[in-house]
Design a protein around this ligand. Structure first.
Ligand code: PGA
Length: 530
């Protein structure tokens, strides 16, 4: 299959009309197969323009239309007879006696279908067939089913097609439930086929066309077996690329995401002298370039800090009450959505990582503090705006002072910084321990696991205490949220089973716990999904 991806509907229509013109110029007595629906209207407009300008002569052309509702009066406004007269036949010079259409008035539909097949044969077969595609993947009115009919036949329309076509009728009850349509082999016998698709509603159907399989559940996939098919579509039907931006204290990661995969990625370093304006300008310029290149129409940003009606304020970034989404929206001419970075990461993991297939996921990121992302029914739960600040749940009423000003916050006990504090204290209390020895040069999360592997009781004791604190917070969250899955992220999660197993045991196996998979890509993918 050949593919032409166009900028927009106008360009798609122009390309299709050019191919039809070429065919007619090459063979003035061509047999053309026409389609109805909104898709080819622009193509027919172009053909009418070409005819008007004297660039196209269709007097030798014979035409066959793909389908017609059944039953329907041929002069009813919604019939394809009237549609074709309005959109094409009344505007070009195809002679009436060479126009062939299935009749919605036929008394015997199977006889009508047989006669139609014969007429196509007599005309020498179709040289060029134009097809649209239904959002359910139908071509003509060959609807998704367990089997497809080869020849022209009477068919029952699917509820999806009836609903899609109801826009041409006063109400959905007036849409005919049946139609006469060329069959798959009738279409297949055409020497050349062009299939047109535009708009987001056709994205899934077009994606099926480029998938590996051929299935009666998406009839257009049969076209993969034809030797001369050209698909002409616009970007809306072809690509769902969107841009995800993950802003961090050290760098900004910008990715183009398509089908839940990052297909291109850039990184901007955040340097100390950067002002708010500099940073926004740098991000906007990369986005503008990517947007142009990948036709990405949606942009999402994940940013650390507080997001409220005044804008974004981030401790480690030059943002103070910054209306980042509005500024970028104006500069780029697209809607820009913004969310907390931990929420974006959770959404990315739920959609494309370790949480795939789950609707209700809690992600806990263990680092300097504890970040949380709550996904409920496939969507970020942000409360009034800042839900998910789980690190500041108070698990000890009069506990250690937190930098937020409160006492006893969870992250003072279960973050990696808290773990390091515990290790330092234990090392000081047990200077002869393996842990104290291992901690001499440098101390981080790994030090503890190294000491435990070497059989250090002090390290084991610290670890048990730490897991107890971690489990205490998770217990509360499970009671409140009842998630299907808990994901643990952050550097320490690399210890994998060494953390997951004891943690699961502590919470009594109430909820499956897994390590997040996507690492730094989760934030980009989640932001792109906003
Ligand atoms: P549409 O229909 O062009 O109105 O979207 C196409 C089709 O159903 O084949």
């Amino acid at each position: 299959m050949k593919l032409i991806v166009c900028e927009n509907y106008e360009e798609m229509s122009e390309k299709a009309a050019e191919i039809i013109k070429e065919q007619v110029v090459k063979k003035p007595d061509s047999v053309l197969g026409f389609a109805t629906g909104s898709t080819p209207v622009g193509t027919y407009d172009k053909l009418a323009e070409m005819y008007k300008k004297g660039e196209l002569d269709m007097s030798g052309v014979t035409s066959f239309n793909l389908d017609e509702y059944y039953p329907i009066s041929n002069d009813s406004d919604q019939s394809y007879h009237c549609f074709m007269e309005r959109q094409l036949f009344g505007r070009v010079n195809i002679t009436k006696d060479k126009i062939n259409m299935l009749s919605g008035e036929a008394e015997d539909p199977s006889e009508e279908c047989e006669r139609y097949e014969e007429r196509i044969e007599e005309a020498g077969g179709i040289d060029l067939q134009i097809l649209g595609i239904g959002r359910n993947g139908h071509i003509g009115f060959n609807e998704p089913d367990t089997d497809l009919e080869a020849k022209t036949h009477l068919t029952e329309l699917s509820s999806d097609t009836i609903e899609a076509n109801s826009r041409f009728f006063e109400n959905v009850d007036l849409v005919p439930t049946h139609a006469l349509t060329m069959g798959i082999s009738t279409i297949f016998k055409s020497k050349k086929i062009i299939l047109l698709a535009n708009g987001r509603s056709k994205l899934n159907a077009v994606r099926e066309l480029f998938s590996e399989h051929i299935t009666t559940k998406s009839p257009a996939t049969m076209l993969k077996l034809h030797s001369d098919v050209t698909i002409i579509c616009d970007y809306e039907a072809y690509s769902e690329a969107s841009i995800g931006i993950d802003i961090g204290g050290m760098s900004v990661k910008i990715g183009v995401v398509e089908n839940l995969k990052i297909i291109d990625k850039r990184i901007i370093d955040v340097t100390s002298g950067m002002t708010e304006k500099d940073l926004i300008a740098a991000i906007t310029s990369v986005c503008a370039e990517m947007r142009k290149r990948y036709k990405a129409n949606r942009i999402g940003i994940g940013v650390p800090g507080i997001i409220d009606e005044n804008g974004v304020t981030s401790a480690n970034l030059p943002f103070k009450d910054c209306k980042l989404d509005e500024i970028m929206s104006r500069a780029l001419g697209v809607t820009v959505k913004i969310e907390n970075d931990a929420n974006c990461a959770a959404l990315g993991e739920q959609a494309a990582g370790a949480g795939k297939g789950m609707r209700n996921v809690l992600m806990v990121t263990l680092g300097t503090g504890i970040g949380g992302g709550i996904i409920i029914d496939g969507k970020i739960y942000s409360g009034k705006g800042n839900a998910g600040e789980i690190g500041h749940m108070r698990i000890m009423p009069d506990g250690k002072l937190c930098k937020c000003g409160k006492h006893g916050c969870w992250e003072r006990y279960a973050s990696v910084s808290a773990l390091i504090e515990m290790m330092e204290r234990a090392a000081a209390e047990h200077p002869d321990s393996i842990l104290a020895d291992a901690a001499k040069d440098s101390i981080n999360g790994k030090t503890l696991f190294k000491a435990m592997d070497m059989g250090c009781d002090t390290a084991k004791h610290v670890f048990d205490e730490y897991i107890g604190y971690l489990a205490a917070g998770i217990d509360i969250l499970v009671s409140v949220l009842d998630p299907e899955l808990i994901l643990i992220a952050g550097g320490i999660s690399r210890e994998n089973e060494k953390i997951i197993k004891p943690l699961s045991e502590r919470i009594g196996g109430a909820v499956p716990i897994k390590v997040a998979e996507l690492k730094s890509d989760a934030g980009i993918i989640g932001a792109a999904l906003l």
